[in-house]
Design a protein around this ligand. Structure first.
Ligand code: ADP
Ligand code: MG
Length: 258
């Protein structure tokens, strides 16, 4: 995959995005530009607005102001479904899979949805996408035996792998991951983000993820944006963000020197 290209228009361009909850400005005038091939981390303390940013960006919440462009095209306020069509896929802070279906069936479902077909337990759809589902599950390194098990019985780490395969089923250009390593132990977090990083590199996917573990952030991020009280406090390379005085004040007591 080529290095992030600063000459072509940004893949994602967010301008002045704002979201209020009653009197609370959860997002205030947020700008973000992400170039193709970037692996961008959005960091910030709990309650900084990271999930709200994703939810507003992906049309789950209606923005009070601002615009979102993908490849130069205005996608502001599009439904999550329409966004998936446009090439944006996301995962949530809480893992979302059909727990009674097998891992492989979950991916088949996602492939069906992408192809606008509907699930038919007893018909042809049952066999739809079997090969592609297996490929995707292999890509995310889900063990073959786990692919046949009910998704609800998989370990947390394997469910996260499955969730990634589901997100990839729609062949996104841009993948948004909200706290992909939440609920994992330190080493598992690094392994998990390492997998996403390898897959993204392999298929030329641009990734924006939120994360509070600085070791994870600095292990993989090519660019970092720091949210604080709904505003962008700083953005730039990991080195620049780490050296930023405002960022250091917000993260006082936490290690950003990892
Ligand atoms: P983060 O993901 O960075 O921890 P959130 O985006 O979840 O932060 O929350 C940002 C702020 O917005 C918090 O003060 C939170 O309480 C508030 N908030 C988030 N979602 C809602 C909602 N649906 N209704 C009201 N307030 C919300
Ligand atoms: Mg959050």
């Amino acid at each position: 995959m080529p290095e992030p290209d600063s000459r072509s228009p940004p893949l994602l361009q967010v301008s002045g995005l704002s979201k209020n909850f009653g009197g609370l400005a959860a997002l205030a005038d947020v700008d973000l530009e992400v170039a193709k091939g970037e692996f961008r981390a959005i960091i910030g303390p709990n309650g900084a607005g990271k999930s709200t940013f994703f939810n507003t960006l992906t049309g789950l919440y209606k923005a009070d102001a601002g615009s979102v462009r993908l490849d130069g095209r205005d996608i502001t306020g599009r439904s999550p479904h329409a966004l998936a069509r446009a090439g944006v896929s996301r995962t949530f802070q809480i893992t979302a899979v059909f727990s009674a279906l097998s891992a492989q069936e979950n991916v088949q479902m996602a492939l069906l949805a992408h192809m606008r077909k509907s699930w038919d337990l007893f018909g042809v759809a049952r066999k739809f996408g079997v090969e592609r589902a297996k490929e995707l599950l292999a890509m995310v390194e889900l063990p073959a035996d786990a692919a046949e098990r009910a998704a609800g019985t998989l370990s947390h780490g394997d469910q996260k792998r499955l969730e990634l395969a589901i997100a990839l089923a729609s062949e996104p250009k841009l993948l948004l991951l909200d706290e992909p390593t939440a609920g994992m132990a330190a080493q598992e977090r690094l392994d998990s983000i390492g997998l996403v990083h390898r897959v993204a590199h392999e298929i030329g996917l641009t990734v924006v993820f939120t994360e509070h573990d600085m070791a994870v952030v600095f292990a993989v991020a090519t660019q970092i944006s720091v949210l604080h009280q709904g505003r962008i406090l700083a953005a730039g390379t990991p080195e620049a963000v780490r050296a930023n005085e405002d960022v250091r004040k917000v993260y006082l007591g936490e290690s950003i020197d990892a």
